[in-house]
Ligand binder design. Structure first.
Ligand code: FES
Ligand SMILES: [Fe+2]
Length: 444
């Protein structure tokens, strides 16, 4: 079980907290590059409980900084983004994207101390159409994580941002809680109504799979397995990768280079950042699994409509279906057995469930089951890493060695092989497609 103290350590990410210190060792996907226009309006961002602004300067460079002007703390969100920097509209001080003070026009030239003042700016880079931020102190940021998803060519890469109104940990844990799939998403589905060649059918011919788990270089990994047809085994592999990444088995293993980040905006809000390979099959990008008659098993719509973005700290990429409208819950569909939850679409079902747990799960209220072992194991790894960092200064996995993510992959497949599950995984990985069109075995 997770105690209340452990729960607090896991869920609090503000400055000075153990988990907040851990998160500040990594690159964080913070915004879409397309949100920032050259010399355009700054965008309010919240990350790890800090209020920030992001902007693109006249030269196209991106900057992410504390929204407060270092003079007298007026918000630089109100500032003028012009000629290579952001100018505070209170007294006209101007800062470039690195935080350097360029001008101090309210002070006589002989009293100018611009060299001694900096806006609090973080390192920011762009890759895959995403602005990445490193919120740690100092200049020593590591390379970006070596995820397959970051190698997907631009024309084949999909990127989605969706905000979730709950703590990052419970949002992430939805991805590694594979035992819910046969209930929340497929509880109403009769396997006889699904096509014989639909692999997801196996999640409902047996709704209580067995599991294997391992601590890996990148975090944790599980495999859920159940009998398939003709003596084969249906495998579903998934990963947790430090500090907030998952890969989940929503697609066939061979083409699933996807990665999912659960970025804490503050302790009660999370940004889901999804990088997906358009050649692969994904619940976000492709039609959901269907019945023999063609109707989708997860509901009649995907339910992912977003509200227009606002300039609020938490105003970006919010779903139209949310707690204020019970996520569109249709009791008639629920009672008629049309959709197990009565909520339309796989993503929205996950969104509703994790938001319904209260903004931060009260961990001492839970009763974890054997099927929750991956969740318990992942929490333990996070706790150990946060304590090792806080008490001994040991960097958490992947914080300095971005190569630990190589070889991490999720997905499902049917195999007739009878051998150790890690050997089966390694063989599937060697055959899997990798962005660029080459199999894993030939890639390095
Ligand atoms: S508060 Fe920004 S210039 Fe004075
Ligand atoms: Fe789910």
């Amino acid at each position: 079980m997770t105690t209340a103290a452990e729960g607090a350590l896991l869920t609090q990410v503000g400055p000075g907290t153990p988990m907040g210190d851990l998160m500040r060792r990594y690159w964080i996907p913070a915004a879409l590059s397309s949100e920032l226009e050259r010399d355009g309006a700054p965008v309010r961002l919240k990350l790890l409980g800090e209020k920030l602004i992001a902007l693109r300067d006249s030269a196209g460079r991106v900057g992410v900084m504390d929204h407060r002007c270092p003079h007298r703390c007026a918000s630089l969100f109100l500032g003028r983004n012009e000629e290579g920097g952001i100018r505070c509209v209170y007294h006209g001080w101007k800062f470039d994207v690195t935080g350097a003070c360029m001008e101090m026009p309210s002070v006589p030239p002989h009293q100018d101390f611009r060299a001694k003042v900096r806006a609090k700016a973080y390192q920011a880079v762009e890759r895959c159409g995403i602005v990445w931020v490193h919120m740690g102190a100092g200049a020593g940021a590591p390379p970006l994580p070596a995820l397959d998803a970051l190698d997907i060519p631009e024309e084949e890469l999909g990127v989605s941002f969706i905000q979730r109104d709950c703590n990052w940990l419970q949002a992430l844990e939805g991805d590694i809680d594979t035992s819910h799939f046969g209930f929340l998403h497929m509880g109403h589905v009769d396997p006889e109504r699904m096509p014989e060649d639909e692999p997801l059918r196996h999640t409902i011919t047996s709704r209580a799979p067995e599991y294997q788990f391992i601590d890996s270089a990148w975090g944790t990994q599980y495999a859920a397995y159940r009998p398939a047809d003709q003596g084969g085994t249906y495998w579903r592999f998934g990963t947790f990768m430090f500090p907030f990444w998952t890969q989940q088995p929503s697609s066939p293993f061979s083409g699933n280079a996807n990665a999912r980040a659960w970025v804490p905006l503050d302790d009660e809000h999370t940004m889901f950042v999804f990088l997906w390979w358009k050649r692969g099959v994904s619940a976000m990008t492709e039609p959901q699994p269907r019945h023999k008659d063609g109707t989708p098993v997860g509901g009649t719509t995907r339910g992912n409509a977003l509200l227009p973005n606002t300039t609020d700290w938490l105003g970006r990429f919010r779903m139209a279906a949310n707690s204020s409208n019970d996520w569109g819950l249709d009791r008639t569909a629920q009672q008629a057995g049309k959709i197990y939850s009565g909520i339309n679409g796989i993503h929205l079902q996950d969104q509703a469930i994790t938001e319904s747990m209260e903004p931060i799960v009260e961990h001492s209220f839970e009763h974890l089951a054997p099927s929750d072992h991956m969740i318990a194991r992942t929490r333990r790894r996070l706790l150990m890493a946060a304590r090792a960092l806080g008490e001994k200064g040991i960097p958490p996995p992947g914080a300095e060695d971005s190569g630990v993510y190589r070889g991490a992959r999720s997905g499902f497949f049917v195999s007739n092989e009878v051998s150790d599950w890690q050997e089966i995984y390694a063989r599937q990985l060697a055959m899997a497609a990798r962005p660029g069109g080459i199999a894993q075995a030939n890639a390095d």
